[in-house]
Design a protein around this ligand. Structure first.
Ligand SMILES: Nc1ncnc2c1ncn2[C@@H]1O[C@H](COP(=O)(O)OP(=O)(O)OP(=O)(O)O)[C@@H](O)[C@H]1O
Length: 336
């Protein structure tokens, strides 16, 4: 099973530039989480901080008792082996075949025999649907195939935590839908803890168990997907609706005067009613995701503390889950 990642009070700046402060969240073991946020809010910096490649000034990132911020470099290096990383561009070596690219971490970090490496690489190539393309160079395949190759490479060391930085960038909507399914299938197969950074609203709506959002140097929210998807927090609503009106500006946050002017012109672009689409299920023939039962138990234990809209959405999702007992109703008078 994947490993829980506990982030406590994380604060990062570069010189005078504060990136985010006091970020606290837990990536539950084996569940899929998504981090949203406008460009430049420090999502990639956050991923790099989780693996100890960047050093926040304050806070802790606890993985199996190792603090990826403050522990000795030797412990951080060892713990980093638990991660699989998928970068935006696939980060493949252009002069190596896909096979050699995917085999690279095994040749670099293990002493496995070539026959064993071949077995593992071909297995991962099959998981991401690239059988037959293993002899090609990255320049000879499409962007979507390069992404999948990057994902296969992230998988060869049997990671327990997978970080994906904008896995959809440059993909068309159909390829993005396939990728979303692949991420869920992967979670069903290996039960790893996954964190996906994305701007893509379809991925956000259909893939994760949990969602968070970074904005204005803070974590606006993090929790079960239903909380963010039903949130009326202006920045969350603007992002999910893809509207211009709201606190997010083109190149930076809007100033108070612009926001006030927009408020005066309220109603020019009414926000659309938001509908929560069901989360993706693993493809037929795959085992159910073990995270589902764990998450259900976790969410049930906190349901009374969630906003009413999120509670209703959770109950609806639960009712769809045929055969399972429904979540408890919120206490009378709690506003749901
Ligand atoms: N090594 C670094 N040194 C100095 N500044 C950096 C460094 N890495 C990132 N930054 C700055 O941190 C800020 C956040 O960058 P980051 O790439 O994490 O944003 P992001 O939310 O991932 O953006 P996008 O969605 O556009 O990819 C940017 O202003 C960037 O210039």
């Amino acid at each position: 099973m994947g490993i829980e990642v506990v982030v406590e009070g994380l604060t990062k700046s570069f010189g005078e530039q504060s990136i985010w402060q006091d970020v606290t969240l837990t990536l539950p073991a084996g569940e899929v989480s998504v981090m949203l946020g406008p460009s430049g809010t420090g999502k990639t910096v956050f991923l790099k901080s989780l693996i100890g490649l960047l050093k926040p000034e304050k806070g802790r990132v606890l993985i199996n008792g190792v603090d990826m911020v403050n522990s000795p470099e030797r412990d951080i290096y060892e713990t980093r082996k638990l991660f699989g990383l998928m970068f935006q561009d696939g980060a493949l070596f252009g002069s190596m075949s896909l096979f050699d690219n995917i085999a690279f971490p095994l040749r670099e970090h293990t002493r496995k025999k070539e026959s064993e490496i071949r077995r593992i690489v071909m297995e991962r190539i099959e998981v991401v649907g690239l059988l037959g393309a293993e002899g090609k160079l990255p320049g000879e395949i499409s962007g979507g195939m390069r992404k999948r190759a990057g994902l296969a490479r992230a998988l060869v060391l049997d990671p327990q935590i997978i970080l994906c930085d904008e896995p959809d960038s440059g993909l068309d909507p159909v390829r993005t839908a396939y990728l979303s399914q692949l991420l869920i299938d992967l979670n069903a197969q290996i039960d790893a803890t996954m964190l996906i950074v994305t701007h893509n609203l379809d991925i956000a709506a259909t893939v994760p168990d949990n969602m968070g959002m970074l904005f204005r140097r803070e974590l606006v929210t993090f929790g079960p997907r239903e909380v963010l998807l039903t949130s009326e927090e202006p920045v969350v609503a603007q992002f999910l609706d893809g509207r211009r009106e709201g606190p997010i500006g083109m190149s930076e946050e809007k100033d108070a005067a612009t926001l006030a002017a927009e408020a005066g012109a309220a109603g020019t672009t009414p926000s659309r009613p938001r509908r929560i689409v069901p989360q993706l299920e693993p493809s037929p023939g795959l085992p159910p995701r073990r995270a589902v039962a764990r998450r259900r138990e976790r969410v049930m234990s906190m349901i009374d503390q969630l906003p009413p809209a999120a509670r209703s959405a959770l109950r609806e999702a639960d009712a769809r889950n045929a055969g399972a007992p429904t979540l408890p109703m919120p206490a009378a008078g709690s506003g749901a």
